[in-house]
Design a protein around this ligand. Structure first.
Ligand code: NAD
Length: 353
């Protein structure tokens, strides 16, 4: 498929190629949708094996951001940026040149830190454009999104418990967390404080030790998937729910922070539905960080942001209700809600403008 066909089939509005030989910048910015507002998304640096791989990644990530922002009720669209290279490409000049590209989009794209970019990099971009979030220069910056992401995951888990057990209370519930890094550790904090029985699985013994010291639980020594528990909370990597792992899963609920948890989204979501496992769509549950970052734009108070993130509870229930009504997977239901909101606003184009 050629590039224009690909962009058209996925519904992207614009793709910007950024090339600056002086600084070594080779980057792609994809704006999937600006129907609900400026396209928001991460700026990641990755040593893609090919230009095609970089383009595919930025197209996929930007589309996912559109759905995530829409479902979270934000007045924002979806975009993403990738800078091709390893972290060795980083320099003030590279980020400033990239900042000029962002500035040229005049607010249609708003970027933030992502894989391999940090506050220092964002500060350098911010020297050239105001359309970047998370710089330490911005007073009232939203800071590390992980705790807010975790707060949303906690409410997503509560919603699932209510659906499956008729009560959102986590007290006494056995919850297995895969990955106790930035987000998983904070998820453990909320669940521990609410009285859950925690089980941990992580490839980092340091992270496991830290979780056990702060929020005592049980370390899973064998398979995470086979764990006898009420909830599996994937908070590590994507692609872990698939045709190989689904047959092993005992838990009635999967709800966690990790992005792209399903390896083959529509197939795996349907398999989970058929097996009677409630899958809380990842992008619905892990939107807390995005909601909190977007408060930098809206100026919402901390209290309002906490309320918005806690609304993930209602969002998860709404998705489940639609999936039951229409006998579709929770992923299909979440996509439908996200798309419907965009379509309803898209019809306003030209209205009194
Ligand atoms: P992190 O790197 O801080 O933590 C990941 C943890 O998972 C680490 O402890 C790591 O040792 C562990 N891990 C890695 N591979 C593993 C494996 N195969 N099995 C078990 N454990 C493994 O990352 P994070 O910021 O906590 O993000 C976790 C997930 O949540 C990612 O998928 C990320 O995309 C997603 N997410 C994060 C945020 C955020 O605010 N940080 C927001 C939305 C989604």
């Amino acid at each position: 498929m050629n590039l224009f066909e690909k962009i058209q089939s996925q519904g992207h509005e614009q793709v910007v190629f950024c090339n600056n030989p002086q600084t070594g910048l080779r980057a792609v910015i994809a704006l999937h949708s600006t129907v609900l507002g400026p396209a928001i998304g991460g700026i990641r640096i990755f040593p893609y094996a090919s230009e095609q791989e970089a383009i595919d990644d930025v197209l996929r990530l930007s589309k996912a951001m559109t759905y995530k922002a829409s479902l979270a009720g934000l007045n924002l669209g979806g975009g993403n940026a990738v800078i091709i290279g390893d972290s060795g490409v980083k320099s003030e000049a590279l980020f400033r040149s990239f900042g000029r590209y962002i500035q040229s989009l005049n607010g249609r794209f708003i970027g933030g830190a992502d894989m391999s970019t940090n506050v220092e990099d964002i500060n350098n971009i911010h020297l050239e454009t105001e359309w970047v979030l998370g710089s330490s220069v911005n007073k009232g910056g939203s800071g590390n999104p992980a705790p807010m992401t975790a707060f949303g995951v906690y409410h997503g888990i509560r919603a699932c418990l209510e659906i499956v057990f008729g009560n959102p209370n986590v007290r006494g519930k056995k919850i297995a967390i895969q990955g106790v890094g930035a987000v998983g550790f904070e998820v453990a904090r909320y669940l521990h404080e609410a009285g859950a029985k925690l089980l941990y699985y992580d490839i980092s013994s340091r992270h496991l030790k830290r979780a056990m010291e702060h929020f005592p639980g049980t370390v899973i020594e064998s398979s995470f998937y086979k764990t006898d528990c009420d909830v599996l909370a994937p908070c590590a990597v994507g692609g872990i729910i698939n045709q190989r792992t689904i047959p092993r899963i005992q838990a009635p609920i999967i709800a966690g922070a990790a992005n792209n948890q399903l390896e083959e989204e529509s197939i795996d979501a349907q398999l989970l539905k058929e097996k009677g496992i409630l899958y809380a769509t990842d992008y619905a549950v892990n939107a807390g960080g995005l909601i909190s970052v977007s408060a930098e734009l809206t100026g919402h108070s901390k209290q309002k942001t906490l309320e918005d993130v806690a609304n993930i509870f209602d969002s998860v229930k709404k998705i489940f209700n639609l999936s039951e009504q229409e006998n579709i997977s929770t992923v299909a239901a979440a996509d439908k809600i996200a798309k419907n909101r965009i379509q309803s606003i898209a019809t306003l184009a030209g209205f009194f403008l």
